[in-house]
Design a protein around this ligand. Structure first.
Ligand code: ADP
Ligand code: MG
Length: 318
């Protein structure tokens, strides 16, 4: 099968696209450029993420899960900006034409794309070591994008969902950690899904427009990613650890969580809970933004943990 047949068969869709609202796409796959008409008054948010075999996923990972994850990690960046997903491009390097793999990959990819009304508008396909690069295009009302730089002294710090489970799943798959002997099969599948089929918090990000003062998605580990907010905002933080069940190291430095980590003024506590409730994603208040430009952890007894950040650096950098 040639390159063009492959694109036509697996990536160019004949049914009309699933969109949320009006499609922006005037010209999609098949011409030299896709042509999009942005929503009047909106700003565009763009992000790219690349997944490389051996580095970001195991060679034997299920193709459908990989299609899901490749788009999910990109949608997670849009979520962190509070942007509504609109379109994406897909650049693929494939070692060979494996139709079963392509069918699974495109199924996982389009299931998530359709769930968010995000249209595939173009890409590139070449032969080479398995590599997937997606660029997503989202929109926000002018001036409403959530940035890393907006945290203010006195703001609360929150994290959505649960952190540390993707890392736990990875360590179990690698054989470094024993799965809980009491865990049933369904629990183990759910845990593995946290690693291989993450849920981008797109609706929560949108609901946090005008509520969160700063936001980032947790891809490299909570403390490392919080540090990005602190640096960009020129502030520090006090973080509690009493909300963590399971490994502190995995929760604070695990990575691959794709949860939202954000700050909001104390007078927005009600609005934060309303956003969580509306989108059906739990959020936990985990700390406070401080003037002192350092990151301090507090244990369950409320005592300051010494040299806490440096001791978790190792996990944050993996
Ligand atoms: P060009 O040579 O002009 O860059 P190509 O021949 O590489 O275009 O691709 C033909 C068309 O197919 C283009 O519209 C391109 O965007 C699209 N395309 C190529 N690869 C993919 C892919 N993996 N997914 C979606 N669209 C693709
Ligand atoms: Mg061309």
């Amino acid at each position: 099968m040639g390159e063009f047949d492959l694109i036509k068969r697996y990536f160019q869709r004949t049914a009309s696209p699933v969109t949320h609202g009006k499609s922006l796409v005037q010209v999609g796959i098949g011409d030299d450029c896709a042509v999009l008409t942005p929503t009047l008054g909106a700003q565009l948010c763009l992000s790219s993420d690349m997944l490389v075999e051996g580095r970001h996923f195991f060679a034997d990972v299920d193709a459908q899960s990989l299609g899901h994850k490749a788009l999910a990690v990109n949608l997670s960046d849009l979520a962190a900006a509070g942007a509504t997903p609109r379109a994406f491009t897909l650049a693929l390097a494939l070692p060979k034409v494996d139709e079963a793999w392509l069918a699974g990959f495109s199924r996982g990819l389009f299931a998530l794309a359709d769930a968010h009304g995000c249209e595939l508008v173009g890409g590139d396909t070449v032969q080479g070591p398995l590599t997937i690069c997606i660029t997503v295009f989202g929109e926000v009302p002018k001036g409403e994008a959530l940035l890393r730089s907006g945290a203010q002294v006195g703001d609360d710090i929150y994290v959505s969902g649960a952190v540390g489970q993707a890392r736990l799943a990875l360590e179990i798959l690698r054989g470094h950690v024993q799965a809980d002997a009491k865990a049933d099969a369904a629990t183990l599948v759910a845990l593995r899904d946290r690693l291989e089929r993450p849920t981008p918090r797109v609706n929560l990000g949108i609901a946090l427009r005008g509520v969160a003062s700063a936001c980032i998605d947790v891809s490299d580990g909570l403390l490392g990613d919080l540090n990005h907010i602190l640096q960009a905002s020129r502030v520090g933080a006090q973080v509690q650890t009493d909300w963590i069940d399971g490994s502190l190291a995995f929760a604070l430095g695990g990575g691959d969580d794709y949860e939202l980590l954000f700050t909001a003024s104390a007078n927005k506590r009600g609005a934060v809970q309303a956003a969580a409730h509306k989108t059906n994603v739990p959020v936990t208040r985990i700390g406070l933004v401080t003037q002192q430009q350092e990151l301090c952890l507090f244990d369950a007894a409320g005592a300051r943990m010494d040299n806490c950040f440096s001791s978790f650096d190792h996990f944050a950098s993996r």
